[in-house]
Design a protein around this ligand. Structure first.
Ligand SMILES: [Zn+2]
Length: 385
């Protein structure tokens, strides 16, 4: 592996010392490049259950998608002091193209509440091109309000003005309870419940985000509520919910860059391996639905790149009391992979050398025609057709 020296821990300090740059003076160009769908095959997965041909629980990924583009079987999370192989950390490595580019955003009762200290792909894209916030989308899991913090970093020059928008059950509930309160037509018990729940949701992410949610995303939730109603029993749950949100978003919001943060293999923390393998199958089904949605849509067909990669690996130690963990910094927890295919990407190629996780962000940037200039990873320019 290319042993480059990363600026460990210096991210926050360095970005704070960058001279603030004047905001964009002229209108940015319209974006005409390929659409990118970044799929976090998340919750931490091992190669054995995902990309090993004989033992995969993700046959669509392994037997169909891997052949369509560039398959990188030996992607790795660098072994560096302080680098945690976990979900928020891995996700921010993917979004910033470097390690340790995050800080604790205030712990409270939430864990893994990290916010980026370096620009994310969303910010680079929206600074370089005239892409509205609802077309730079993060699709997040059901019970992970801590991932609300990924939509923008705290780096000077970038930040909230270039944030992504987020679709998650958390966001929907915020919309729904606010609506119920505003409508005021429900019975008193329902109204009281809505007020309590709304306050609890606000407490989970008390940042006053301005500008707020765009009208396009509000209209998305209005249609979602019309379709699934208020009781919460009719919409899909878990990672199937993310697939539903993502496919609906493709049709209704037309994102140019969308990250889908699957997470359910992480239920194996509870100790039941079948939860883990079943969750991998659910993500594999989700991938198939996403790809079919793109292929059925003239706006996306032939003009979209998929980048599929895990946030982190998992232990392969058979002697562990609870198998498949990822917090012990073992070699296997650093072992991931990537599958990249679509417009402008070579087909049917195996990139058979070690590639670092930090390559994902700068490579997506190059595909989309901007530079992730604070990223430290390599651009995999050899994969472009
Ligand atoms: Zn975990």
């Amino acid at each position: 592996m290319d042993r480059r020296t990363f600026n460990l821990g210096l991210g926050a300090a360095m970005s704070a010392s960058l001279a603030p740059t004047a905001s964009r003076s002229q209108a940015a160009a319209a974006y005409t490049g390929p659409n990118v769908i970044l799929v976090r095959f998340g919750g931490g997965v091992r190669r054995a259950e995902t990309i090993e041909e004989a033992t995969t629980y993700a046959p669509y990924l392994r037997h169909v998608l891997a052949n369509r583009g560039v398959f990188i079987p030996d992607m790795r999370i660098a072994q560096l002091d302080g680098v945690e192989t976990s979900h928020a950390e891995g996700t921010l490595n993917l979004l910033t193209g470097r390690y340790l580019a995050y800080r604790d955003a205030g712990s409270g009762f939430l864990q893994d509440r990290l916010e980026p200290t370096e620009p994310t792909l969303f910010e680079y894209l929206r600074e370089a091109f005239d892409v509205p916030s609802h077309q730079a989308l993060l699709i997040n899991g059901e019970d992970r309000p801590q991932e609300e913090f990924f939509t923008y970093g705290v780096a000077d020059h970038y930040g909230i003005a270039y944030r992504s928008e987020m679709l998650s059950l958390h966001r929907f509930k915020l919309y729904k309870f606010a609506q119920i309160i505003a409508e005021g037509t429900a019975d008193e018990a329902t109204l009281e419940d809505a007020r309590t729940q709304y306050a609890a949701l606000m407490e989970a992410d008390p940042r006053a985000i301005a500008p707020g949610q765009s009208p396009e995303v509000t209209a998305f939730w209005q249609r979602w509520r019309g379709h699934y109603g208020d009781d919460g029993f009719r919409n899909p749950r878990g990672d199937a919910l993310l697939t539903a949100l993502a496919t609906r978003a493709l049709r209704e919001l037309r994102p140019r860059l969308m990250m889908v943060n699957y997470q359910d293999p992480d239920y194996v923390h509870w100790g039941n391996p079948s939860h883990y393998t079943r969750a991998i199958q659910v993500i594999d089904d989700g991938l198939q639905r996403l790809v079919e949605t793109v292929e059925a849509d003239p706006v996306y067909r032939d003009n979209t790149v998929f980048v599929i990669t895990p946030d982190c690996g998992r232990d392969a130690n058979p002697l562990m009391d609870v198998p498949f963990q990822h917090h012990f910094n073992s070699r296997a927890a650093h072992e991931i992979w990537a599958v990249i295919f679509g417009a402008g990407v070579e087909r049917n190629r195996i990139l058979d050398r070690p590639v670092d996780q930090s390559a994902i962000a700068p490579t997506i940037a190059a595909l989309m025609g901007f530079r992730a200039n604070r990223a430290e990873g390599d651009v995999l320019s050899g994969i472009f057709a």
